[in-house]
Design a protein around this ligand. Structure first.
Ligand SMILES: NC(=O)c1ccc[n+]([C@@H]2O[C@H](COP(=O)([O-])OP(=O)(O)OC[C@H]3O[C@@H](n4cnc5c(N)ncnc54)[C@H](O)[C@@H]3O)[C@@H](O)[C@H]2O)c1
Length: 338
């Protein structure tokens, strides 16, 4: 049975991935420091079989070394990062230090471990945000890095560290640039959960600037399938964009979510859309070409935006305990407005 180590497995994508992989009978190990965005372990009770949790900060290198040599993983999925752009505007140093040093420590330890297991596969998770904003182009894996936010800069920097460990030490390393994900377990400070929860709580829905900014949206369960296909394939030592090709304006998505809440779920609300001061350095548009990945691993996202949003809303309505727990950690206040 393959042993899979996920760093940051208590975050949004990690939690979905753990549910997905444990069902497929992989042995899954999660190292997470548990921050306010993390899903606490009590919500993973259903998956105690083949799942092992280590509450640990990757910044502690010696502890990390002990854990990795104890686990002896075959596949490493490096998801751990501070990931909210708005918070990175408020706390740039924390983001830069955490996101670069946590990956650096992991790669240093894996360099030692690689001597004992030459078959390991390492996947480092990056974002389409490292390419920066563009008005009409579509970025490929060859596009230059031009990050706007401290978050994107920290992710781009950790990609460069990942690449250097491949070039210098031959550490097998694949880098994924993933587009905006949405779905269950996403912390309520992020765009889509915020729209849903504000609507449910009769609170106004803040839209930055004129609402015309464009993002490429991918349903998290499609991402989980893509990741599994990727580590089962023979891809190695390359960079891949993973997106849906489906791009929507923020205001379009907001109105669509409200329409689904009203019409499908029959929920009324006093909530209104409220245009607020724009995010500083707000990228206008993200767009990536993912053909290299589609062709290489024979994967394409399946979910349409409407059915993905319906499933997401349904999950937030059904998981009231999780939502109550999240609300204790975030009061809805604007972050990153400078
Ligand atoms: N969610 C998206 O839309 C998206 C898109 C592209 C790329 N990504 C990348 O995918 C990864 C996962 O994203 P997510 O949305 O699940 O993020 P998230 O913020 O929901 O979760 C990240 C998890 O990493 C943990 N973590 C952070 N620093 C750590 C450290 N030093 N030691 C141990 N644990 C640590 C946190 O506690 C948290 O549980 C991130 O690297 C992110 O940059 C996410």
């Amino acid at each position: 049975m393959k042993k899979i180590l996920i760093t940051g497995g208590s975050g949004f994508i990690g939690t979905n991935l753990i549910f997905h992989l444990v069902k497929k009978n992989y042995k899954v190990f999660n190292i997470d420091k548990i921050s306010k965005v993390s899903t606490p372990e009590k919500f993973k009770k259903k998956i105690n079989k083949n799942y092992y949790f280590f509450k640990q900060n990757l910044l502690n290198e010696s502890k990390l070394k002990k854990t990795i040599f104890k686990i002896k993983p075959d596949i490493i999925l490096n998801l751990a990062a501070e990931s909210h752009v708005d918070r990175s505007i408020d706390e740039p140093k924390f983001f830069i230090i955490n996101n670069i040093s946590s990956s650096l420590n992991l790669f240093k330890v894996l360099r030692g471990y690689y001597k004992y297991n030459k078959k390991i596969k390492i996947f480092h998770f990056s974002t389409d945000e490292v390419y920066g904003s563009n008005n009409n182009k579509i970025f490929s894996e060859k596009s230059i890095y031009n990050p706007s936010s401290p978050y994107a800069a920290s992710k781009g920097s950790s990609d460069l560290v990942a690449n250097s460990f491949f070039e210098t030490y031959n550490l097998p390393m694949t880098i994924f640039h993933i587009s905006n994900n949405y779905g269950p377990f996403q912390f309520i400070e992020k765009f889509i959960p915020k729209i849903i929860t504000n609507y449910l709580n009769n609170k106004n829905i803040p839209i930055y600037g004129n609402g015309l900014n464009i993002r490429e949206w991918l349903y998290v369960k499609d991402t989980c399938i893509a990741i599994e296909k990727a580590f089962k394939s023979n891809i190695k030592n390359e960079r891949y964009n993973i997106g849906s090709g489906k791009r929507y304006k923020n205001i379009f998505l907001t109105k669509l979510i409200i329409r689904i809440l009203k019409n499908k779920f029959k929920i009324k609300s006093k909530s209104k859309i409220l245009y607020v001061k724009d995010r500083p350095g707000h990228d206008f548009r993200y767009a990536i070409n993912s053909k290299k990945f589609y062709n290489k691993v024979n994967w394409k996202p399946k979910k349409t935006i409407v059915s993905g949003l319906e499933e997401t809303i349904s999950w937030y309505l059904d998981n009231k305990k999780w939502l109550r727990n999240s609300k204790k950690k975030y009061n809805g206040k604007r972050q990153g407005s400078v």
